[in-house]
Design a protein around this ligand. Structure first.
Ligand code: ADP
Length: 320
């Protein structure tokens, strides 16, 4: 799901997309034909609707061998201006260059008269956002297991100078084996050098780092993803993001002052709090780097051997 500044805060863990944008999207994005033929002559059979973000709609697609994929479809009518076109091309270029066990695999990209199709590895078990909505809070061993996978993928991204810039529960999907996969590279950016900075304000309200909001215009870098890891870890363990409020401006004011607390009735370990506090450091330079995170005490605690599909609905036995 795409992030947008100025979007409503929403009641769930992720921000609600602006209503106007959504109406426009469904008006522009007609359901693709039942068979999509690529210019190179391959046929894909369209299946069920999987979901939509601010920019794209996603459908199941089957190739001739019966292999199922997810096709992110973007209506050509919605990419008329140069800025949108550049953004989509950048998403494709960055995503195409990535290959990691915990990143949604990019398979192919093609177009017909109506849409551009981005064919992706299918993640049929939704995202961490739906998991949290169903389960309300997630146990520490499970979150630890999720975090190792997420940190591994971001370590890979940062080593290639890619900043994701829209990390949030709704952009981290479960594959058929219940492994986590980071998706949606719509706001990702490749830094030309490790010490260069980005200046565009972007992200999703609950997850935006303070230096992106700050008026000093000093730019931002890899540390915005580290901040977002802190937001996700807090949200999974406590049940809602730390700066949650109805009004987006209130969220931003809280972020700028790192005004959050650990509710007394939702007990979590001191070592979890220590890690969250460091991840959510106001000064980006005080946050751990992606290489530091797994050395924290909290990761010495227990892990489940894998995530089972049953965990989508109920807390695993022994972890209640
Ligand atoms: P946008 O860039 O418009 O935000 P997303 O990449 O977030 O688009 O995709 C929109 C929705 O499509 C997601 O919220 C999810 O429901 C679904 N989706 C995206 N990628 C996949 C995938 N690989 N497998 C299954 N569903 C997906």
């Amino acid at each position: 799901a795409v992030g947008a500044t100025g979007a409503g805060a929403g009641a769930g863990a992720d921000a609600v997309k602006p209503k106007k944008k959504k109406e426009k999207l469904s008006a522009l994005c007609k359901t693709p034909p039942s068979i999509v033929r690529t210019r190179t002559g391959r046929d894909y059979r369209r299946g069920t609707f999987l979901g939509e973000g601010g920019f794209a709609r996603c459908f199941q697609m089957k190739d001739d061998s019966g292999q199922i994929y997810a096709a992110k479809t973007v209506a050509k009518a919605s990419i008329k201006n140069e800025k949108t076109k550049t953004k989509l091309l950048s998403e494709i270029k960055i995503h195409k260059s990535l290959k990691h066990a915990n990143i949604v695999n990019f398979i192919d990209c093609f177009e017909d008269d109506i849409n551009v199709y981005i064919l992706l590895e299918i993640c049929p078990n939704q995202s961490l956002m739906e998991l949290l909505k169903t389960r309300k809070r997630i146990s520490e061993p499970e979150v630890r297991y999720f975090m190792v996978q997420i940190v591994g993928a971001i370590k890979y991204l940062h080593s290639r100078r890619v900043i994701h810039r829209d990390l949030k529960l709704g952009n981290i999907f479960f594959d058929p084996e219940m492994n986590l996969k980071i998706g949606d590279f719509g706001l990702a950016s490749v830094l030309p050098s490790t010490d260069s900075r980005k200046y565009t304000i972007c992200g999703t309200p609950n997850y935006i780092a303070p230096e992106v909001l700050g008026g000093k215009n000093t730019g931002h870098s890899f540390e915005v993803d580290i901040w977002a890891i802190g937001i996700m870890m807090y949200a999974l363990l406590i049940g809602k993001p730390p700066f949650q409020a109805k009004d987006v401006q209130v969220i931003y004011e809280r972020i700028k002052k790192t005004e959050y607390y650990f509710p007394e009735d939702k007990v979590i370990s001191d070592s979890a709090k220590d890690l969250i506090k460091d991840l959510l450091s106001l000064n980006p330079l005080n946050r751990p780097t992606i290489d530091d995170i797994l050395n924290y005490e909290w990761f010495k605690g227990p892990f489940p051997d894998k995530t089972h599909e049953l965990s989508l609905h109920t807390t695993p036995i022994g972890l209640q």
